[in-house]
Ligand binder design. Structure first.
Ligand SMILES: Nc1ncnc2c1ncn2[C@@H]1O[C@H](COP(=O)(O)OP(=O)(O)O)[C@@H](O)[C@H]1O
Ligand SMILES: [Mg+2]
Length: 337
């Protein structure tokens, strides 16, 4: 639904062109939640702002539903902005307007509905984001999470096909972050809305995204399903995000297990919940032994998955045969030592 081809973007600073994006290729499918993660200055905001032409690319093509959006004229641009909603880190609400009037604002600008129809649509949106009782309050009377719910309702007012989220939960505490993310997931499911979000937080990606791109220095360095990218990070930037989020210090781990005998492996399973049971079975079948050095079982979006560090002892051929059996059951094994 959204296609970026060889997108470059430079900013002109003191008479010089400073590159912010250097050849981005991206395909986002209708109905997915696509996350873009990167450190500060990586080019995330630049990238997401290209999708509704808040910024224009210096080179390359952006197509939404097949149409090259950089070729749009004034009327086309207005229609694009209605089809592509956006929410922001600092909410960008109008402080002088009530919650209801903030949400009504884009409908008034679009000019397609009369007063009664606008009011009805606002009530519907308030219900959707759970703010019906706060309808007549002003932004200053709301919590951060409530403000972002107003931002979401406002962004959805004109029934967009795509919702862009620029660090939408970065100003919120962890609990509020989760409730806003769950609201976004619900909207994605119920309205089949395509969501593109950018963040510097792994937990945001892990909670609700289907696919993720890792951006560093204006380039996408890694991209794929969230399970794959987070369980098997290949690029150093991705590895750093994962180890920061998991509080894993690989070097310290290697030291801690220096005295442990046997073959040390990292096993990864996705969507498999009877892991420990058949580890035990395999130990008996092949007459080998194992100890679990560390492990974590979690969910990535709706998929249970886990990763464990294990040490196997026993005859080399028997251990190898057990590994072959694990692999045949879809478990990934990386031999670390
Ligand atoms: N309006 C601008 N003018 C000049 N440079 C900019 C502008 N916006 C962003 N940049 C630069 O482009 C790079 C990418 O910025 P940005 O897209 O905001 O990254 P992120 O959102 O990942 O922090 C940074 O080096 C930033 O300084
Ligand atoms: Mg930014």
């Amino acid at each position: 639904m959204i296609q970026l081809e060889q997108i470059h973007k430079s900013y002109r600073v003191d008479g010089r062109d400073i590159p912010a994006l250097k050849g981005i290729d991206l395909n986002i499918a209708a109905g997915e939640i696509f996350g873009i993660i990167g450190h500060s200055g990586a080019g995330k905001s630049t990238l997401i702002r290209l999708l509704n032409l808040l910024e224009r690319p210096s080179a390359g093509q952006i197509r939404i539903d097949g149409d090259d959006i950089t070729a749009l004229d004034g009327a086309g641009l207005r229609s694009l902005r209605q089809q592509v909603g956006m929410i922001f880190q600092h909410f960008n609400l109008l402080g002088s307007k009530t919650v209801a009037r903030n949400i009504a604002f884009p409908l008034e600008i679009a000019g397609q509905l009369g007063r009664a129809a606008i009011d009805a649509r606002v009530d519907e949106l308030l219900e959707l984001v759970g703010l019906t009782e706060h309808k007549h309050k002003y932004p200053a009377q709301l919590s951060g999470g409530q403000k972002q719910r107003v931002g979401i309702a406002r962004a959805l007012a004109n029934r967009p096909k795509v919702l862009l989220c620029d660090e939408a939960t970065s100003a919120l505490d962890p609990q509020t972050t989760q409730s806003v993310l769950q609201l976004l997931a619900k909207i994605n499911r119920e309205l089949n809305l395509t969501i593109v979000l950018i963040t510097h937080e792994m937990d945001v990606i892990r909670s609700i995204c289907d696919r993720v791109a890792v951006i560093d220095g204006g380039k996408i360095v890694e991209m794929g399903p969230v399970t794959q990218v987070f369980l098997h990070p290949r690029h150093a930037t991705t590895q750093r995000f994962v180890s920061e989020a998991e509080h894993i210090d690989e070097a310290a781990q290697a030291d801690a297990f220096a005295h442990v005998p046997g073959k040390i492996v990292r096993m990864t399973f996705i969507g498999e919940t009877t892991f420990e049971g058949f580890l035990g079975n395999a130990a008996r079948e092949f007459n080998i032994d194992f100890s679990i050095l560390s492990g974590r079982i979690e969910r990535i979006k709706d998929t249970p998955c886990g990763q464990m560090l294990l040490a196997f002892t026993g005859e080399e051929a028997a251990v190898a045969a057990a590994f072959a059996q694990f692999r045949s059951r879809g478990i990934d094994i990386e031999e670390l030592r």
